[in-house]
Design a protein around this ligand. Structure first.
Ligand SMILES: NC(=O)c1ccc[n+]([C@@H]2O[C@H](COP(=O)([O-])OP(=O)(O)OC[C@H]3O[C@@H](n4cnc5c(N)ncnc54)[C@H](O)[C@@H]3O)[C@@H](O)[C@H]2O)c1
Length: 351
């Protein structure tokens, strides 16, 4: 089997490589990455040492994918993955759309020409901000928790509204989802859309707006300033988390099923309720593991902030008997070990 991974040097891409190589013998993996994400360059030599053929190029460069013809599976893990992309920070809205949406078109054309399977790593950010903010919440053990009668006791399922606003980032991924499904339908190749919640683990290029678990634990370990932003500045906001290597068994099953299985092609893939953690709870974990540190309370709101996002992956569990294996605690521990061994990691990620 030959796999082409776009964004191969990114956090998810590089973990997928390692997980896939461990899971299957005789696999050939190649990839494309423009190394635009600060820190991604650190994965280039180690992935090449594992045998990956990597083209350092922008996905917008014409013909770049054809250097990898022969691949029978394309995994799209290239993106501007921050919810603030396009509205603040380093990338413009046009750049965001070029990477997250327009670059999907050559990948889909590639799959069409070579009858390859297409897998998109999508996001919980496709769900509507307004209805997400309207979920009735109470505070339990330092974390926002849906009211028991709210109907969200298992998390947010795929039927949840995707009505705008969802952020430019969310919209770019939602459009890419739609385009991929239409291409798959029109040109008869298998398409799988996996909507991930927060992905987390050691080696993630943490920033305040993306890779929050990594950012928080690294900053805590280095005793650098941290703030609870928004929602009154208490740190009650909650996310679930998943280690990207836990995606591997699911992706492999989907690949093997190909076009033959008339199952739903869009699903949530996330750590769900068992992994749901508020920033305040994460701080408690950090205190116990790394010692005391002070977090500033700052109620200042950030665009697109959400109080509670926990995905229900029941569809993936029912259809594929897929279950996350790595607990949130193990993810945090892995990040802490990495943080202690690499005290300047966040400097590398913020260049
Ligand atoms: N990290 C998360 O919490 C999370 C959650 C949900 C979904 N996702 C999705 O998973 C995928 C991977 O995210 P990640 O966390 O690994 O992000 P990442 O930033 O670590 O990796 C993305 C990689 O894509 C590369 N890239 C960006 N633009 C490119 C371009 N134009 N041409 C070539 N390469 C380019 C970057 O250099 C980087 O190595 C993304 O599609 C993201 O939307 C991530």
């Amino acid at each position: 089997m030959r796999i082409l991974i776009t964004g191969i040097c990114g956090f998810a891409g590089s973990h997928l490589v390692r997980g896939l190589l461990q899971a299957l013998e005789g696999l050939r993996i190649s990839g494309v990455d423009n190394l635009s994400r600060s820190g991604s360059e650190t994965n280039l030599a180690p992935l090449r040492a594992l045998g990956c053929e990597i083209t350092v190029a922008d996905l917008r460069d014409p013909g770049v994918l054809e250097r990898h013809s022969g691949a029978d599976w394309v995994i799209d893990a290239a993106a501007e993955p921050s919810v603030l992309a396009g509205v603040s920070g380093n990338s413009s809205a046009t750049e965001l759309l070029h990477t997250n949406l327009f670059s999907t078109v050559p990948m889909l054309e590639f799959c069409r020409r070579h009858s390859a399977v297409f897998t998109l790593l999508s996001t919980s950010r496709v769900y509507g901000i307004k209805p997400l903010c309207e979920i009735p919440l109470q505070v339990v053990n330092g974390a926002f928790t849906p009211d028991s009668a709210s109907g969200f006791d298992r998390g947010i399922s795929e039927g949840f509204s995707t009505q705008p606003p969802v952020s430019l980032y969310g919209a770019s991924k939602l459009c890419a989802e739609t385009l991929a499904l239409e291409y798959g339908e029109a040109f008869q190749f298998p398409v799988w859309i996996n909507r991930c919640g927060v992905l987390a683990g050691a080696g993630q290029f943490g920033k305040a707006d993306q890779g929050i678990f990594s950012f928080w634990i690294h900053r805590w370990a280095a005793r650098q300033p941290l703030k609870y932003l928004g929602f009154g500045g208490h740190g009650f906001q909650v996310r679930d988390c998943l280690h990207p290597r836990d995606l591997v068994p699911l992706l492999l099953q989907q690949f093997e099923a190909g076009a033959m299985v008339p199952r739903t092609r869009v699903m949530n893939v996330s750590g769900g309720l068992p992994s749901a953690t508020s920033l305040r709870q994460l701080s408690d974990w950090c205190t116990a593991r790394l010692g005391a540190h002070t977090v500033e309370c700052d109620g200042q709101e950030r665009p697109y902030d959400l109080p509670w996002v926990v995905l229900d992956s029941a569809l993936a569990k029912d259809a594929w008997q897929w279950h996350p294996k790595t607990s949130a605690e193990s993810i945090f521990e892995e990040i802490a070990v990495h943080a202690l061994a690499n005290p300047r990691w966040l400097d590398l990620c913020s260049r």
